[in-house]
Design a protein. Structure first.
Length: 116
């Protein structure tokens, strides 16, 4: 199993980025997918999730600015990030977990830096 995250970079406040996470080695439609982030000195936190059943959820801090989506044909989950703020600066990770199973898989992380 491999999750390949990409799309991070440096952007000015107010700008946009789209992160991608391509999943290999799993039956994509059976997994809950999530984007997490970890800022320096802080704990990793959930940013947005997309359940295998098609439901989405967002951290309060990103509601209305970020959108999670998936393409089942490409086994890829996306995170569209708009109106970026300096406090969004973090390493972003994608995670795959099958409901009712303990094992979870993580991507390698992609760095997002938002300058003020």
């Amino acid at each position: 199993v491999q999750l390949q995250a990409s799309g991070g970079g440096l952007v000015q406040a107010g700008g946009s980025l789209r992160l991608s996470c391509a999943a290999f080695g799993i039956t994509f439609r059976l997994y809950d997918m999530g984007w997490y982030r970890q800022a320096p000195g802080k704990q990793r936190e959930l940013v947005a999730g997309f359940t295998s059943g098609g439901s989405t959820n967002y951290a309060d801090s990103v509601k209305g600015r970020f959108t999670i989506s998936r393409d089942k044909d490409k086994n890829t989950v996306y995170l569209q990030m708009d109106s970026l703020e300096p406090q969004d600066t973090a390493v972003y990770y994608c995670k795959a977990k099958r409901p009712s199973f303990a094992r979870e898989y993580w991507g390698q992380g992609t760095l997002v830096t938002v300058s003020s």
